[in-house]
Design a protein. Structure first.
Length: 216
């Protein structure tokens, strides 16, 4: 990705901030196709804002549109979960980060709401400013092992070997690499990009160089 892509990363934030500012004066509806907007609205909404609604136009073939009441959603989820949703959304794949093969947003979110300790630890750490690359990378490797059903003592390399052996033993066709847990190196770069994206969303990336966080 080039540096110019940061402008696109910021656009959604600017749209949401403008929506929240307007909601101080009157009820406001944001219409958009991007799920990023919904997640960011939940993060930036404050109790003293007037009602904010998000109307999703993602399904253009249908004449029906989903409308979300941001205030009610935030009250149901509570502040901590709304902040941690930034991590879930970026980690499981958004406009600027890769999707993990076989790991969907639903399964990641379920781990969060069930207070899985590894998921909660990562979600909390990734929304805190000035974390080191090493700390972010190590937390992500622990979470990746957890998501692919590994044990706390497993490494990504050992888990890849275990999963490959099991799949080869039962497979009737070639076992493709994407069906295995990602490599340690790929996981590191994924974690760096996710952390940078979250810092951009939270307005904390001003002193961060994108090339230090998995970007080109």
């Amino acid at each position: 990705m080039s540096f110019s892509h940061q402008g696109m990363l910021m656009t959604d934030v600017d749209i949401v901030k403008a929506t929240v500012e307007r909601s101080c004066l009157c009820n406001t509806t944001l219409v958009g196709e991007d799920r990023d907007l919904l997640i960011l609205l939940l993060h930036y909404f404050r109790r003293d804002n007037e009602a904010i609604y998000f109307r999703s136009d993602a399904n253009k073939q249908s004449k029906e549109h989903k409308v979300y009441d941001i205030k009610l959603l935030k009250e149901a989820l509570e502040d901590d979960v709304c902040n941690e949703l930034l991590f879930i959304h970026a980690y499981s794949g958004c406009d600027s980060t890769s999707r993990i093969f076989g790991i969907g947003k639903k399964s990641a979110f379920q781990k969060l709401v069930k207070s899985d300790p590894v998921m909660k630890s990562c979600a909390s750490a990734f929304t805190v400013q000035n974390k080191s690359q090493k700390e972010i990378s190590e937390l992500d490797k622990e979470l990746m092992v957890n998501l692919f059903g590994g044990k706390s003592k497993d490494t990504l390399s050992s888990l890849r070997h275990i999963n490959f052996t099991k799949k080869v033993a039962s497979a009737k066709a070639f076992v493709t690499p994407e069906r295995l847990p990602p490599t340690s190196s790929a996981t590191t770069f994924h974690s760096l990009r996710v952390y940078y994206q979250i810092m951009v969303w939270m307005g904390m990336a001003n002193d961060m160089n994108p090339t230090d966080w998995g970007w080109k």
